[in-house]
Write a protein that binds this ligand. Structure first.
Ligand code: PLP
Length: 394
């Protein structure tokens, strides 16, 4: 029998994938399952971006690039950071990664020693704790209460900082809650980090998906000291509907970025070359499609949010960004006689044929996550099915 490494045994399997697999098997058996588990936009990648990739391949750009990415792409990323966030970075402070996920993974590998702590606000994106553990770090959770829009306060942050704290993760707009930190809140959190000399990892992957009069602010843009203390993580997966192209980036302290590039040179060699050319077009080309997708999400959000709150036992604060609803379903679980949210979610899938993700995977047991990265028609049908499911069992 093969003995796997300890680090693999410590990995928690993804709840999202478990639901997706179950939904797929029901679908294969002929059931009309509506999947609201997806973490990716349902739109095609804009055609100009696809064309740029094809062109690059025809022009012979099918070989290795520098491990940290093409210089031309880094220049475009620097220009984007300047234009969107008023942030000035040299190209040697930027690394192109194989998706934001890989950027984060590489970052943890180069900043964490065994036992170093990373503060992760809950509810969190599923991969943060696992990636920290893979780098032999220790995730330290701090609860973002629903009453504070799932955001942590500076006092809470202070309360969990120890001599081993290396970094804190700020994900705004947030997956799974869709909440956004205001400039004032970020300033206060940033000050605590500066006082205690801890790094800020700012995951801004949902930056472009912000609705109503909400605004995305990068914590790095709030002062030169905060810029110095922050590593910005971003990418094109969500903004340009490019999840499969696997391009993200990290920007910040030159030593950290250089270490990440060294690690990449021995692990991935480089992000896929045609994808990098596609991303140059994404950043340098027309932006209409980004805005069109945002508007489509905004419309779904407004329509479905209201309907969701009419389901007995569901209570959902209105998301301000990203493309997820994160309703509290504690009452619905009680009303329907299930023992846990996980069991409620299993029932919802088997009987109502709607796939959602239980909050347990995000460190928030009383909630479920529904993605609205699917058509309005399907969303409306899904809400109807969920409502009937709950009402039938009450
Ligand atoms: N960060 C958050 C909060 C996400 O939700 C995701 C994707 O689900 C990522 C990072 C990773 O994105 P990428 O496709 O760029 O790896």
């Amino acid at each position: 029998k093969i003995q796997l490494a300890q680090r693999v045994n410590a990995l928690t399997p993804s709840t999202t994938l478990a639901i997706t697999a179950k939904a797929a098997s029901l679908r294969a058996a002929g059931h009309d399952v509506i999947g609201l588990g997806a973490g990716e936009p349902d739109f095609n990648t804009p055609q100009n971006i696809i064309d740029a990739a094809v062109r690059s391949m025809n022009e012979g750009h099918t070989k290795y690039t520098p491990a940290s990415g093409l210089l031309t792409l880094k220049k475009e990323i620097a220009a984007k950071l300047k234009k969107d966030q008023h942030l000035d970075y040299d190209t040697n402070q930027i690394i192109v990664t194989n998706g934001a996920k890989h950027g984060l993974f590489t970052l943890f590998q180069v900043i964490l020693d065994k036992g170093d702590e990373v503060i992760i606000p809950t509810p969190y994106w599923v991969s943060y704790p696992e990636q920290v553990k893979l780098a032999e770090g220790v995730p330290v959770f701090v609860e973002g209460y629903e009453s504070n829009e799932f955001k942590i306060t500076p006092e809470q942050l202070k309360g969990v900082i120890t001599s081993k704290t290396k970094a804190v993760i700020i994900n705004s707009p947030s997956n799974p809650t869709g909440m956004i930190y205001t400039e004032e809140e970020l300033k206060e959190i940033g000050n605590v980090c500066l006082e205690h000399n801890i790094l800020i990892i700012s995951d801004e992957i949902y930056e472009k998906l912000v609705y109503g009069d909400s605004k995305h602010v990068s914590i790095a843009s709030l002062s030169p000291a905060l810029k110095e203390a922050t590593i910005v993580i971003n990418g094109v997966s969500k903004s340009h509907s490019m999840t499969g192209w696997r391009i993200g980036y990290a920007a910040g302290n030159k030593e950290i970025i250089t270490a990440m590039a060294n690690l990449a040179s021995h692990s991935t060699s480089n992000p896929t070359t045609p994808s990098q050319y596609a991303t140059i077009e994404a950043y340098a080309g027309p932006k209409d499609s980004v805005e069109e997708m945002r508007q489509a999400f905004n419309k779904r959000l407004d329509i479905i949010h209201e309907k969701l709150n009419k389901i007995p036992g569901f209570s959902c604060i209105k998301p301000k960004g990203a493309f997820y609803f994160f309703p509290n379903v504690k009452k619905a679980v009680e009303l329907t006689g299930y023992a846990t949210v996980d069991e409620f979610v299993a029932g919802l899938l088997e009987e109502a044929l709607v796939a959602v993700v239980p909050g347990s995977g995000f460190g928030a047991d009383n909630y479920i996550r529904l993605s609205y990265a699917t058509s309005l028609e399907k969303l409306e049908e899904a809400v109807k099915r969920m409502e009937q499911f709950v009402e039938k069992k009450m």
